[in-house]
Design a protein around this ligand. Structure first.
Ligand code: SAH
Ligand code: SF4
Length: 364
């Protein structure tokens, strides 16, 4: 079976080329073609010797997960749905803003951590995505948004905040992160790549020592009793340990703060007292807060906090001198908002931009 070159970061590709008796600079050239130009056909890689191109045709492929659909919201948000085989699909969301374009990608089909308010958690865990399936979302989205030279690319930021817990799929996520940062691949700065975690403490330390990128931590509660209910992983890694891990992370982080995500759920975690307790909890961690109005999904038992409540909660954090933003709900009309990514192959699209199954030519 052909080797999928999207499974390799730069070192992996160089090692594989060496096994084939090829020089490291050849691996670099291929890396350029594949990731910078979005090329999946070896025949088109014109500065590579014909004999090598022919050899690659026989032994290798550039095989991202096939794009099933690309739906665009009224507000310009795109939701991409990818087929990852076995009846599973995963989603990425592209969010254009004035000064940047952010792609939110998935790292697992489903999630084992079962947070009480999360649609992905409710569907259970299916499997880890491979490196090719993780980086393949970026590869495909880049292409769908019109593969352009780096400086004109639509995607300037990547957040691992889609389906799944990135740090529970550590090795594949690390390979994909390295490709995002590699100047011969996507060349994104560490500050523009964010991993979001529900708080797997030992893996936060490993990330710090392996590829420190910006870190977002899903907090959602100021005390262990409530967090145990909302984020069951808290029973294993309680808040005091999580805060200590955040402080250690900052020693090597490309940003000098941790982003705390906090889903605002009506009557559950959104009182003034919760806000004040949060200030207490995080006082030793330089941080910013991102308040996420809860996004409902079928069969969810929670309600979104009223906007006045969210505003008041935000005010308490701001008054204490913290940065606290409220996440704008984007892509509401296409179920592309946080926590709504379920990966079901369903067709209730309002505006279908393309509905193309692009089975990779190279994989054929
Ligand atoms: N597993 C990682 C990353 C994926 S979830 C994590 O938990 O951090 C990305 C963000 O969406 C997390 O902050 C998560 O708590 C939030 N989220 C999950 N379900 C949500 C919902 N229904 N409404 C709003 N945000 C939600
Ligand atoms: Fe998993 Fe994150 Fe959803 Fe929790 S919020 S179930 S960790 S994807």
């Amino acid at each position: 079976m052909a080797v999928n070159l999207l499974d390799f970061d730069a070192d992996g590709l160089t090692a594989w080329f060496a096994q084939q008796g090829e020089k490291p600079f050849r691996a670099r050239q291929v890396l350029h073609w594949v990731h910078q130009f979005g090329q999946d056909r070896f025949a088109a890689m014109t500065d590579i010797a014909k004999s090598l191109r022919e050899k690659l045709e026989q032994t290798a492929a550039v095989a991202p997960p096939p794009l099933i659909s690309d739906r665009m919201s009224e507000d310009g948000t795109h939701k991409f749905l990818f087929d990852v085989g076995g009846g599973n699909a995963v989603e990425s969301v592209f969010i254009p803003e004035d000064d940047r374009g952010t792609l939110c990608i998935s790292t697992q089909a489903g999630c084992a951590l079962d947070c009480a308010f999360c649609s992905t958690g409710k569907q259970g865990f299916n499997r880890n995505l491979t490196t090719a399936e993780i980086i393949g979302q970026l590869w495909q989205a880049n292409r769908a948004l019109g593969a352009k030279p780096k400086e004109d690319r639509a995607i300037s930021n990547v957040v691992l905040m889609g389906m799944g817990e990135p740090l529970a799929n550590f090795d594949n996520v690390v390979h994909a992160l390295r490709l995002m940062l590699d100047d011969h691949a996507y060349g994104l700065s560490r500050r523009r790549v964010t991993v979001s975690t529900s708080g797997i403490v030992p893996a936060i330390d490993r990330l710090r020592d392996t590829v420190p990128v910006a870190l977002a931590v899903s907090l959602h509660a100021p005390d262990d009793a409530l967090r145990d209910e909302l984020v069951p992983l808290n029973r294993k890694y309680p808040l005091a340990e999580l805060m200590a891990a955040c402080r250690r992370y900052l020693e090597k982080s490309p940003r000098d703060f941790i982003t705390f995500e906090y889903v605002m759920i009506d009557g559950v975690n959104d009182s003034d007292a919760h806000a004040r307790a949060l200030l207490q909890l995080t006082r030793t961690v330089p941080c910013k807060f991102n308040l996420i109005p809860f996004n409902p999904f079928p069969r969810s038992n929670f309600k979104r906090s009223a906007s006045e409540r969210i505003r008041r909660f935000q005010e308490i954090l701001l008054d204490a001198g913290l940065v606290a933003t409220v996440r704008k709900t984007r892509g509401d009309d296409i179920d592309a908002a946080c926590g709504q990514l379920a990966g079901q192959v369903k067709d209730k699209s309002r505006r279908v931009v393309t509905l193309a199954r692009r089975s990779s030519e190279a994989a054929a």
